[in-house]
Design a protein around this ligand. Sequence first.
Ligand SMILES: Cc1cc2nc3c(=O)[nH]c(=O)nc-3n(C[C@H](O)[C@H](O)[C@H](O)COP(=O)(O)OP(=O)(O)OC[C@H]3O[C@@H](n4cnc5c(N)ncnc54)[C@H](O)[C@@H]3O)c2cc1C
Length: 502
Amino acid sequence: MNRDIKNIVILGGGTAGWITANLMAVKWEGQGFNITLVESPNIGIIGVGEGSTPPLKHFFDEIGVDETEWMKECDATYKVGITFPDWSTKPGFKAYFHPFFSELDQFTIPAFLHNNLLRRKGVDLEGHPNPFFLAWELAEQRLAPVAPPNFPFEISYGYHFDSGLLGRYLQKVAEGRGVKYKQATVIDVVLDEEGFIDYLKTDQADMIKGDFFVDSTGFSSQLLQRALEVPFISFEDTLFNDSAVVLPTDPEENPTPQTISTALKYGWVWKIPLTSRFSNGYVYSSKYVNDDDAETEMREHLGLLDSDVESRRLKFKIGRVREHWVKNCLAVGLSQGFVEPLEATAIAMVQLTVFRFIEFFNNGDHTDKYRGEFNDFVSARFDAVKDYIVCHYRINSRTDTDYWIDNGTNERITRSLREILTSWKAGNDIIDELKRQNLDTYFPDTSWNCLLAGKGMYPMQEQLRPGNELAHKYKMEEIEKFLKSCALNFPSHKDQLAKLRH
Ligand SMILES: Cc1cc2nc3c(=O)[nH]c(=O)nc-3n(C[C@H](O)[C@H](O)[C@H](O)COP(=O)(O)OP(=O)(O)OC[C@H]3O[C@@H](n4cnc5c(N)ncnc54)[C@H](O)[C@@H]3O)c2cc1C
């Protein structure tokens, strides 16, 4: 692809399309690129009430938008992590919290790692991750993770938001930076003699020409998968969910700043606080339950059995494309893949894809010199995310349905995940093993430790022995005191959200 690239066409105006438009407009400002985003007025976006991970803040920093500007327009709240209730049946481990980490955790992580290692070797120490992390303290006390300016440690956090509103907000910002917007439905993709995309035919009987195309058309992947026929690698042998039913419930004035992801009989339900409502969605496998029964179970869980509040049903496919950048087309968002919403990684993968694409494209002097490296890089990130999410399912200890039993006994997990589990059970420090397997590239080793410890992957309580003084070198009362005094620096979630509205 040694062509002169000036005209970039982004097809699709969901979150992926607008994040791409903004990043390209900022990063290539003044370099003579014309960016046009084309969106169908007839095909909706996936957008549900969604959660992010901390990189979303970096995206906004990159495009020069402060949270005081966008949060109030997108019904957003803060997010310090995710609690996972009912995935484990082990006493003392019925729920655990996956925190977003902050600089402060450097003081408590050594204690957590020390305890979980010795507990695996049979010493009766606190091995649950929650009490070691500031984020948990903030979630429990319903505090916003916004520290005063003189607070000496960086606190990382994510957000919850209405993704429909976020898309509209990002459109406004992108158009302000010169991105052109066109509404049309693409009905055909015309390739040139070398198999590159030449132009798009629309329902308005015009043609949209471009030098480079971004496919952000969601699961239908009109350009990369349909027109260029890039194969899709399904993850359905280890991730069974393919459906969701979404229902809103009334908001709370002071919601806990976290997502709650509760396991039900055939999957799990997210509860995401927005300022306007709670977004709730049951993610389940249609191979184990039909859509009506899933919705009934969800309504029962939410206390909405007698309510006529309308649900929205969604189908999705789990996996990734073999290559994300092929010829003059880059797939971004659901068109490139989806590893299910359990850890809310999709938007971060969008950012990562676009950031890295711009970097590799620039390094190759606007050619496809580093296309192979780029594709390997993005695929490796997808696969690392996949192993982490599969691990959630594989180590569940529920036996109430075939769904959970099949997940818990699934032998089709990757060799890398199998080796991590073996290493953990053997009582080894898994940090080196994660590095060796390249599995800490997306989720850091502390996330893996929280997951395995949080689900109670320890010897049974009756097998534990007291341990000597050296084993008890970290005092839980001191850790608690330390975290509680740190938490005094943070405002209530409610007050911080109210401040954003003024
Ligand atoms: C159940 C569920 C829950 C999720 N929860 C989270 C979460 O908590 N956190 C997170 O990070 N991610 C989450 N995701 C993923 C997240 O929704 C997506 O990554 C994100 O919204 C980006 O979607 P998209 O822009 O790729 O696709 P879409 O939102 O599907 O947008 C597709 C766009 O393409 C356009 N289009 C399609 N075909 C054509 C055509 N022929 N011509 C013109 N335009 C066309 C449409 O009009 C639309 O504008 C979730 C996904 C699902 C399914």
